[in-house]
Design a protein around this ligand. Structure first.
Ligand code: G3P
Length: 260
């Protein structure tokens, strides 16, 4: 079995103007030598308004990073003011889309059912969902984190057959993002990240089979920086990172990718 190649994905969230976004991609491209891409996959996930320009830059300059989006509508088209659909994102060359981020679950009241529809919409249009799960501090302190995240994973993958997440084309990336570690500077310990990612992989093995579970990438997200990414991705079941704050600085993000 081939080892899983790590993925470092930069979730810009609602940050950077259009011009700053272009500048960041340029800076990242200049700061990360091409040879690193043999060992690590790098993705940037800008706001919708920046995607076309980022796509043009990546394609035109044949950059080795890829791009994606931060959200997707569960529907293909129609009267859904403000939403952006899978066919639209696919046309913009999006390889990944974040689904089920805790900020969307909280601020936009996204339910497990909606997250499931979004996962399926992404796969339908050839985009790999980066499916986020994670527990709040109260759940962690009560010791319920593993039950919580594995239930989120099961719900998000309802009616997703193995054939849709294996083989050629889109696959699935799972990201463990404990809410108490997001944007707080409080990173989970490597052992905590490993425990959660291993439990998620075991759940994938139950839902599908061991081979599917072995192939899929599971990321950790929450206050990842170039100074702590090394010990986190060294854990056997952690296959990369979903990075927020530290992805907004080209030099820092390049360093983080190089360390990974
Ligand atoms: O999606 C990544 C994210 O939620 C982590 O954010 O700023 O703690 O790296 P941050």
């Amino acid at each position: 079995v081939e080892p899983r190649k790590p993925l470092i994905a930069g979730n810009w969230k609602m940050n950077l103007t259009h011009l700053e976004g272009i500048h960041l991609v340029q800076k990242l491209a200049m700061s990360l030598p091409e040879k690193y891409y043999a060992k690590v996959d790098v993705a940037v996930l800008p706001p919708f308004t920046h995607i076309r320009s980022v796509q043009t830059l990546i394609d035109g300059d044949e950059l080795l990073m890829v791009h994606g989006a931060q959200d997707i509508s569960p529907y293909d088209s129609g009267a859904y003011t403000g939403d952006v659909s899978g066919p639209m994102l696919a046309k913009l060359g999006c390889k990944y889309v974040v689904v089920g981020h805790s900020e969307r679950r909280e601020y936009h009241h996204e339910t497990d059912e909606l997250v499931n529809l979004k996962v399926r919409a992404a796969l339908k249009h050839g985009i790999t969902p980066i499916l986020c799960v994670g527990e709040g501090l109260d759940v962690r302190e009560a010791g319920g984190h593993i039950a919580h995240i594995t239930a989120q994973l099961r719900a998000a993958l309802a009616k997703v057959p193995a054939a849709q997440i294996t083989g050629e084309g889109p696959t699935l990336v799972v990201a463990y993002e404990p809410i108490w570690a997001i944007g707080t500077g409080k990173v989970a310990s490597p052992a905590d990240a490993q425990e959660a990612c291993a439990a998620l992989r075991a759940t994938l093995a139950e839902l599908y089979d061991a081979d599917v579970a072995r192939r899929l990438r599971i990321l950790y997200g929450g206050s990842v920086k170039s100074s702590n990414v090394g010990e986190i991705v060294a854990e056997p079941d952690v296959d990369g990172a979903l990075v927020g704050g530290a992805s907004l600085d080209g030099a820092e993000f390049a360093k983080l990718c190089a360390v990974a």
